[in-house]
Design a protein around this ligand. Structure first.
Ligand code: ATP
Length: 227
């Protein structure tokens, strides 16, 4: 084991540790003995083809799926068996694939909902300003219904909503999937400089995303980490 890895195992730097994880859909074993770590301040890409198990991994980390065996430690605490709302309160938020915004609510209302774990009104206001600064389009469209936004803007809203509770670890599942060139470039830029906001784990099936954004890459092939 390298010195760097040992530091990750024993030191405080490891934020997330997935250990020998196995997840099934009925008899189908979708995730096979998956182990990896994410250290504080890192930008890590989980790359894999369609069906490799990216979404299953992300949903297991956030308590939406229940592994058959294995462990998921966040800051040393076991997440397996913990309900999603508690996991969110611990500082870990997932933006799921497919930009699920509340279409009938305005941009502002969507963002307010993202800050539900933050009780301090001043902090909420600060976070809202931070999101509007990061995504000026959302500021311009704050009174519009989310359903009327473009695909790229909806993805920005979904990410902005997740950032409203200032997660220490943000998980993005296929954030640039199906987006136009401009929105993709914008999001790559944001993800590439995400260290200033926290730690980022995002999944992708696009190789380009690695060069533009990540500190480290995990390759998922048919439910296994191959590299
Ligand atoms: P994509 O990029 O296409 O979303 P992915 O890498 O996120 O792919 P998963 O969605 O995690 O992959 O799927 C992993 C495996 O589990 C695939 O073989 C898939 O067919 C299977 N799978 C996913 N969801 C279910 C389900 N609800 N029931 C049965 N099998 C499923």
């Amino acid at each position: 084991m390298t010195e760097e890895l040992e530091k990750g195992t024993l030191g405080e730097e490891t934020l997330l540790e997935v250990k020998e994880l196995n997840v099934y859909y009925g008899l189908i074993r979708a995730i096979k003995d998956v182990s990896f770590k994410v250290r504080k301040g890192e930008i890590v890409t989980l790359i894999g083809a369609n069906g490799a198990g990216k979404t299953t991994t992300m949903q297991s980390i956030t308590g939406l799926l229940h592994p058959k065996s294995g462990h998921i430690f966040y800051k040393g605490k076991e997440l397996v068996g913990m309900p999603t709302h508690k996991i969110v309160k611990m500082g870990l938020t997932l933006v799921p694939e497919g930009r699920r915004v509340f279409a009938e609510l305005t941009v502002y209302e969507n963002l307010q909902m993202g800050g539900f774990t933050e009780k301090d009104r001043n902090k909420l206001k600060e976070n809202l300003e931070m999101v509007y600064e990061l995504f000026p389009r959302l500021g311009e469209r704050r009174k519009q219904l989310a359903g009327a936004l473009s695909g790229g803007e909806q993805q920005m809203l979904a990410i902005g909503r997740a950032m409203m509770c200032q997660p220490e670890l943000l998980l993005l599942d296929e954030p640039v999937n199906g987006l136009d060139f401009q929105s993709t470039e914008f999001l790559y830029q944001l993800m590439g400089s995400y260290q200033q906001y926290g730690t980022l784990l995002f999944s992708s099936h696009i190789l380009e995303s690695i060069c533009l954004t990540s500190d480290r890459v995990l390759v998922l092939e048919q439910g296994r980490i191959s590299r």
